[in-house]
Design a protein around this ligand. Sequence first.
Ligand code: SF4
Length: 95
Amino acid sequence: MASRPWPSLRPETAEWEAFAVALAEHGTTPCRGGEAWTHEDPGPRRAAALACRACPLAELCHEAAESTHEPWGVFGGIDRTPKAGRPPNTERKTA
Ligand code: SF4
């Protein structure tokens, strides 16, 4: 398996609900239909994190991922996938 599907929106937190509302209003995002955001190889995930910089929902996306402690994949421009021997990455870099 090279990737996993985009996680279904889980509005069980206020952050995910806010993200879902914004996504419905915005219509699309760079990750829509893309597999790189959840690819098992780090290279595609690095490219995905860069593509997130063009996303107007990045802040909400990051907050949603934080609210449910998403364990891996790219959200809001950061790759949360743990590197070997390290805890998950949850720090969001602003450009
Ligand atoms: S910030 Fe979130 S919604 Fe936007 S492209 Fe990245 S992963 Fe997708």
